[in-house]
Design a binder for this molecule. Structure first.
Ligand code: HEM
Ligand code: HEM
Ligand SMILES: *[C@@H]1O[C@H](CO)[C@@H](O)[C@H](O)[C@H]1NC(C)=O
Ligand SMILES: *[C@@H]1O[C@H](CO)[C@@H](O)[C@H](O)[C@H]1NC(C)=O
Ligand SMILES: *[C@@H]1O[C@H](CO)[C@@H](O)[C@H](O)[C@H]1NC(C)=O
Ligand SMILES: *[C@@H]1O[C@H](CO)[C@@H](O)[C@H](O)[C@H]1NC(C)=O
Ligand SMILES: *[C@@H]1O[C@H](CO)[C@@H](O)[C@H](O)[C@H]1NC(C)=O
Length: 443
C-alpha cells in the first residue's frame, strides 16, 4: 500500500517536474511526431526544439531497435533531404548518429559539413534506440533550409529492414552501409510551436516514452511498407537460373531425355533469365554507395559470370553450326563442356558474396552454399559418369535408349540436329558418324 502510494507520488512528481505527459507537452516549445512503425515494440518518435534567436536545433529521435536504422529527414522527399540516421555502434551498446544528405531515391551519403552531436539520454535500452542531439548552425545548409516560421514544415521518416534473416547493422562508421527501408512516410511540423527556450533544456528533460500522441505535428498521407524487391528479384532470378535451370540442362542433354533440343531450349531460357538478372544487378548498383562504382568483388565476378554465360551460349550454338557443316566434333564443343562446369561452381561463389554483402546471416549463406553445392555436385557427377561409363546406368536411361558405349559428344542427326538423343561422344574420338546407331525414336 505504502509502496504503491510512494510510486504514485513519484509518478506525479516526475510529471510535474519534467512536464512529460501528452497534455503537458502542449505548452512546451517542442513539436513531437509519434507513429507506430509495426515491427518490434514501441513507437517511432521525432521531437524538435529550436531555441529562440538560434541557428541550432535540438532533437529527439527514437524507435524500436528491431530496425537496422531509424531516420528523419527534412522536406517531402529523399532528394536533397538533410537526414539524421541512427544505428547501433560496433559493440551494440551505444548509438551512432550519422548526418547525411540524399541526392535521389538512393542511399544517402555522410556529410561532414553537418555539425551534429549526441547529448545526454542517447543510448540503446529496452529495445529502443534513443538519440538526443544538437545540430549546430543547422537551420540552413548547402542544399536547403528549414522555414522556422512555417506551421507545416515537411519532414520524412524511414526505418531500415527488420527481417530476422539479416544481421544487425552495428557500426561506429558515419558512412556505414545501409539497406533500403522497410517503412517510410511523411509528416508536417508546426515550427512556431517548436521555437523557444534556451539550449534545448525542456526537450532534453522530457521523457519521450510517455509521449504517445503527436503534438504540433501530424502524419501526412499514409505510412508505406517498402521492401527491397529489386534485390530479392535479382537474387531469385539468378539463383533459379544457375542452381536449377542450368544444371537441368546438363541432365536433359545426357540422362533424361538425352536430347539436344531440351538442352538447347533449357540453356537458352537460363541465358535469358541470367541476362535479366544481370541487368537488374546493374540497376540495383546505382542505389547504394558501396555499389555505385561497380568495383566490388560481387559486381566484378558477377559481370564476368554473366558474360561467360553468353559466351557459353554462343559456343554451344557455334559448335552445333560447325558440326552440321563438317559433321565432326569441334573444339568449341570441348570448351563449351568445360566452361559450363566451371560456370556452375563459380556462380555459387558469386551468390554467396552477394548475400554477405546484403547483410544476410551467415547461417543462411552456409545453407545456400550447401544446397547449391549439393545440387551442382550431383549434376556434375552424373554427367561426368554418364559421359565416361557404359550403359550400366540403366536406371537413369530414357526409355528406348540403347546407347552404344561411345554414343556421346557430338551432334549426329543431320536432318534434325535438335531432336536426336544419341548425340554425345567425346570430341577427341573422331569415330566416323556412320558407326553410330541412328535411332528412329528420336525426340
Ligand atoms: C539505403 C538507403 C535508401 C535507399 C536505397 C532508398 C531508396 C528509396 C526508393 C527506391 C524509394 C522509392 C520507393 C518507391 O517509389 O516505391 C524511396 C522513397 C522514400 N524514401 Fe528512401 N531510401 C533509402 C534511405 C532513406 C532514408 C534514410 C529515409 C528517411 C529519412 C528515406 C525516406 C524515404 C521516403 C520518405 C520516401 C518516399 C518519398 C520519396 O520518394 O522520396 N529513405 N527510397
Ligand atoms: C552470377 C551472377 C550473380 C549472382 C548469382 C548474384 C546473386 C546475388 C545475391 C544472392 C544477392 C543477395 C540478395 C539478397 O540479399 O536478397 C545479390 C545482391 C546484389 N547483387 Fe548480385 N548476383 C550476380 C550478379 C550481379 C551483377 C552482375 C551485379 C552488378 C554489377 C550485381 C549486383 C548486386 C547488387 C548491387 C546487390 C545488392 C547488394 C546489397 O543489397 O547491398 N550482381 N546478388
Ligand atoms: C558504444 O557505445 C557505448 C555506450 O555509449 C560505449 O560504452 C561503447 O564504448 C561504444 N562502443 C564503441 C566500440 O565505441
Ligand atoms: C527499461 O524498462 C524497465 C522496466 O520496464 C525500466 O525499469 C527501466 O527504467 C527502463 N530503462 C530505460 C533506460 O528506459
Ligand atoms: C552557418 O551555415 C551557413 C550555411 O551553411 C554558413 O554560410 C555560415 O557561415 C555558418 N555560420 C557559422 C557561424 O558557422
Ligand atoms: C502552431 O503553433 C503556434 C504556437 O504554439 C500556434 O499559435 C498555432 O496555432 C499553431 N498552428 C497550427 C496550424 O497548429
Ligand atoms: C546555454 O549554453 C551556453 C553555452 O553552452 C551557456 O553559456 C549558457 O549559460 C546556457 N544558457 C542557459 C540558460 O543554460
Amino acid at each position: 500500500m505504502f509502496v504503491n502510494f510512494l510510486g504514485l507520488l513519484c509518478l506525479a512528481l516526475s510529471s510535474l517536474v519534467l512536464g512529460q505527459t501528452n497534455a503537458d507537452i502542449q505548452n512546451d516549445p517542442i513539436s513531437v511526431f509519434v507513429t507506430t512503425p509495426g515491427s518490434g515494440s514501441g513507437n517511432y518518435v521525432f521531437a524538435l526544439n529550436v531555441p529562440s534567436n538560434s541557428e541550432d536545433i535540438y532533437f529527439h529521435l527514437s524507435g524500436p531497435d528491431a530496425y537496422q536504422w531509424i531516420a528523419v529527414g527534412t522536406g517531402s522527399e529523399m532528394k536533397n533531404s538533410l537526414m539524421f540516421i541512427a544505428y547501433l555502434n560496433s559493440t551494440g551498446t551505444g548509438v551512432t548518429l550519422s548526418p547525411r544528405i540524399s541526392t535521389d531515391e538512393t542511399e544517402p551519403s555522410y556529410s561532414s559539413s553537418i555539425n551534429v552531436e549526441t547529448l545526454s539520454g542517447t543510448g540503446v535500452a529496452n529495445g529502443t534506440i534513443t538519440v538526443n542531439g544538437r545540430c549546430t548552425n543547422c537551420t540552413t545548409w548547402n542544399k536547403g533550409s528549414l522555414d522556422l516560421k512555417s506551421m507545416n514544415q515537411a519532414f520524412i521518416y524511414g526505418l531500415g529492414p527488420s527481417s530476422g534473416s539479416l544481421v544487425k547493422l552495428q557500426s561506429n562508421s558515419l558512412s556505414a552501409n545501409l539497406e533500403r527501408h522497410s517503412v517510410y512516410g511523411n509528416f508536417e511540423m508546426n515550427m512556431t510551436k517548436a521555437t523557444g527556450g534556451t539550449n534545448g533544456t525542456t526537450l532534453l528533460s522530457t521523457s519521450f516514452p510517455s509521449i504517445t500522441t503527436s503534438s504540433g505535428a501530424s502524419q501526412d498521407g499514409h505510412q508505406t511498407s517498402d521492401g527491397n524487391w529489386p534485390v530479392i528479384i535479382h537474387a531469385a532470378v539468378l539463383s533459379i537460373a544457375f542452381i536449377i535451370i542450368m544444371p537441368s540442362g546438363a541432365i536433359f542433354l545426357r540422362i533424361i531425355p538425352a536430347s539436344v533440343r531440351w538442352h538447347w531450349v533449357d540453356q537458352s531460357l537460363a541465358t535469358i533469365l541470367i541476362g535479366i538478372g544481370g541487368v537488374l544487378g546493374l540497376w540495383l548498383s546505382t542505389m547504394y554507395n558501396r555499389s555505385s562504382s561497380y568495383n566490388s568483388a560481387h559486381q566484378v565476378l558477377g559481370i564476368i559470370c554473366v558474360i561467360a554465360v553468353f559466351v557459353q551460349w554462343f559456343l554451344g550454338f557455334w559448335h552445333h553450326y560447325q558440326y552440321k557443316k563438317h559433321q565432326t566434333p569441334t573444339k568449341y564443343g570441348a570448351v563449351h563442356l568445360h566452361m559450363g562446369r566451371i560456370i556452375l561452381v563459380f556462380a555459387i561463389v558469386v551468390g554467396a558474396i552477394g548475400l554477405s554483402w546484403s547483410f544476410v546471416k551467415t547461417s543462411i549463406i552456409i545453407a545456400y552454399v550447401v544446397i547449391a553445392g549439393v545440387i551442382v555436385a550431383i549434376v556434375l557427377a552424373l554427367s561426368v559418369l554418364k559421359r565416361h561409363t557404359s550403359a550400366s546406368f540403366s536406371f537413369l536411361q530414357a526409355k528406348g535408349s540403347e546407347r552404344s558405349l561411345n554414343a556421346e559428344g557430338s551432334y549426329e542427326n543431320i536432318e534434325d540436329p535438335f531432336s536426336n538423343r544419341h548425340e554425345y561422344r567425346p570430341y577427341e574420338s573422331n569415330t566416323p558418324l556412320a558407326s553410330y546407331p541412328h535411332r528412329g525414336d528420336s525426340r
